[in-house]
Write a protein that binds this ligand. Structure first.
Ligand code: SF4
Length: 101
């Protein structure tokens, strides 16, 4: 492969990665005041969950260890199918939490 073709391929791959990064950055963040988030007791910080209202919640539970979390373990935010089109915090929690096997 010529140097020029290799350069064009790298440029193309780099542009695709940049576009993918931009699209994730444009996905809105779920806020606790969202109607569905509020109904399921979502908190962006799992340590702020109301223990009286959600006695099943335990320390250490967070989106990053939930079966529904679609972000990478190293991502601060990730998608959750319960809140379509929005990202949840990896340190968040809601009452639909299910620990990964
Ligand atoms: Fe987080 Fe799981 Fe609730 Fe989605 S279902 S917000 S990943 S705890």
């Amino acid at each position: 492969m010529t140097t020029r073709r290799l350069f064009m391929l790298q440029l193309s791959l780099g542009s695709s990665a940049l576009l993918a990064g931009q699209s994730m950055a444009q996905v809105p963040t779920l806020v606790e005041t969202d109607a569905q988030a509020n109904a399921l007791g979502y908190k962006a910080d799992s340590s702020k969950v109301d223990a009286k209202k959600y006695p099943a919640h335990t320390a250490g539970q967070a989106c990053k260890s939930c079966q529904l979390y679609q972000g990478k373990p190293t991502d601060a935010m990730g998608a959750c199918p319960l809140y379509s089109g929005k990202q949840v915090a990896m340190s968040g929690w809601c009452s639909a939490y299910r620990k990964k096997a």
